[in-house]
Design a protein around this ligand. Structure first.
Ligand code: PLP
Length: 521
């Protein structure tokens, strides 16, 4: 493809993309293809000779479109959103035009320097404490995903803790001490923390223990429980080195008890505390949420995925550390082929030392374009709009206490709820009962026959959830939270609007009534 052919292809692709966005609401949000749909429609080997763009482009519609689930669709209410935006897309275009594996500053100074400035912009915009800015000992870096961030900080945390275990020792003595400790290292996270913490512990080669949470605390991790688990680990001869605290857990968007946890951890200075704010961290752009960052000065690192809720195309997980030397001490290895005078001078940042991979993409460009195109006020309006839609949805659910019960929320635009099964004995529905509360189902949950009530509630909720997605007009996800099967609805697509959330509620009511009307429910 030469420049003229590129012009033609790129213009045609842009037109196609615009058409895609214009027609999104009329498409079915979830793909309905069967597993293995694609391979039989493709040649078994790459073409021997090249094809013109005019032959390639139609295959987007013919082969790819049927297998796409549309994350930008206004009826995409599943998982957490993955916001795209036109400035973000343009940023990606330039980034691929410049393609550079900018691991060292020298590899493209603009790539490193723009990233440092953008991460400072984002930190200030979110009200993070100053210790996370690059002007002091901290700073930010863009990683691909929150999972990557968490694995990275866990490795740094492990190395820091092992180093402290061997403090004052040298050579073989230090090595022996570290070897003796390795098998005892344990990472902690709430049972509601994203699974990436458990995966991070596997990657870091350490143990993992969970901290339990309760429904009456809205599934937030409490300081007292953290203390209990830390002490239990110590009593069992383990060495806690890391804990994830969450600002917005995946299941219910719970916010852990930061102040109390910070207080407990004063007695555990070797435990690295990471704040995972992958989704809900974007809400910190609103001043009314920034009080949540107050205790972050006591914590070691933080991440927010701009690619979830902040209009920045995937991938863009912003990671901050309070002390960048904790990262670089753990991850910096400089073979001769990566050495250069600028790196040796210590005056430049080489982001390869802040991450697991060596090469890295120019992600800061899309952040720059997004922040300049929307401005802080535009991003605030975007987030506020979704929180308002979440509140509307939550209040709609509350209008049908005979059918639904809210488990948590609405919070950060997420509402988590269950379906109430009809009363088995005596006819009527749960809504007819004076003690009509899902609480009773939860209280009834014991391994014996009385657990039957919760099992019935779970079964009917699951049935209705599956039915809604089979219908295909909206796409939602479910989760099992503390033994309760629940439905999560989060409307955070840039195309979200009140009319779509109201229609979603209608579909949910229709489907719930349909399921509850069937024998056995
Ligand atoms: N942390 C939280 C709270 C999440 O909800 C998720 C995913 O939804 C993750 C981490 C993992 O995100 P990623 O796909 O960026 O690794």
């Amino acid at each position: 493809m030469d420049t003229n052919q590129f012009r033609e292809a790129a213009h045609a692709a842009i037109e196609d993309i615009i058409e895609y966005y214009n027609t999104l609401p009329s498409r079915q949000v979830v793909s309905s293809v069967s597993p293995g749909y694609l391979a039989p429609q493709l040649p078994t080997t790459a073409p021997t000779t090249g094809e013109p763009w005019s032959a390639i482009q139609p295959d987007i519609d013919r082969l790819i479109m049927p297998g796409l689930t549309h994350w930008q669709h206004p009826n995409f209410m599943a998982f957490f959103p993955a916001n795209a935006s036109f400035p973000g897309i343009v940023g990606e275009m330039y980034s691929s035009a410049f393609t550079a594996a900018a691991f060292n500053w020298l590899c493209s100074p603009a790539i490193t320097e723009l990233e440092t400035v953008m991460l400072d912009w984002v930190a200030q915009m979110l009200g993070l404490p100053e210790c996370f800015l690059s002007k002091g000992e901290g700073g930010g870096v863009i990683q691909g995903t929150a999972s990557e961030v968490i694995a990275t900080v866990m490795v740094a945390a492990r190395e820091r803790a092992l180093g402290r275990q061997a403090k004052g020792l040298e050579g073989k003595e230090a090595e022996d001490r570290i070897d003796a400790c390795r098998g005892k290292m344990v990472a902690l996270g709430s049972e509601q923390a994203h699974s990436s913490t458990q995966k991070g512990a596997i990657i870091a080669g350490t143990k993992f223990r969970t901290v339990s949470t309760k429904r009456e605390d809205n599934y937030a991790m409490k300081g007292a429980e953290v203390k209990r688990v830390l002490e239990e680990c110590k009593a069992n001869g383990l060495i806690p080195y890391y804990i994830t605290v969450s600002l917005g857990t995946t299941g219910t968007c719970a916010v852990d008890e930061f102040d109390a946890i910070a207080e407990v951890l004063k007695d555990w200075p070797d435990v690295w505390v990471h704040v995972d704010a992958a989704y809900a961290g974007s809400a910190l752009v609103l001043p009314e949420y920034q009080h949540l960052t107050k205790s972050f000065v006591h914590f070691d690192s933080f991440n927010v995925n701009m690619h979830k809720w902040m209009l920045t195309n995937f991938d863009c997980s912003c990671m901050y550390v309070k002390k960048r030397s904790d990262l670089t001490t753990a991850l910096s290895i400089t073979p001769s082929y990566l050495r250069n005078a600028f790196s040796d001078s210590g005056l430049v940042t080489d982001y390869r030392d802040w991450q697991i991979p060596l090469g890295r993409r120019f992600r800061a460009l899309k952040v720059w374009f997004v922040l300049r195109s929307y401005g802080i006020s535009g991003i605030q309006a975007h987030i506020r709009g979704h929180i308002r839609l979440g509140e509307i949805f939550g209040s709609l659910i509350k209008t049908r206490p005979d059918v639904f019960e809210i488990l948590t929320g609405p919070v950060f635009a997420l509402t988590v709820f269950t379906v109430l099964p009809r009363r088995k004995a005596g006819g009527g529905t749960r809504g007819d009962l004076p003690d009509s509360s899902h609480e009773r189902y939860l209280n009834d949950f014991t391994p014996d026959a009385s657990g039957q009530a919760l099992m019935e509630a779970n079964a009917v909720t699951q049935k209705m959830y599956e039915r809604v997605n089979e219908k295909g007009e909206i796409y939602i996800t479910s989760s099992v939270i503390g033994g309760v099967y629940a439905i999560r609805v989060v409307s955070g697509s840039p195309a979200a609007e009140e009319k779509y959330i109201r229609r979603a509620f209608e579909i949910l009511v229709e489907t719930a009534e349909e399921v509850l009307g069937e024998p056995g429910n």
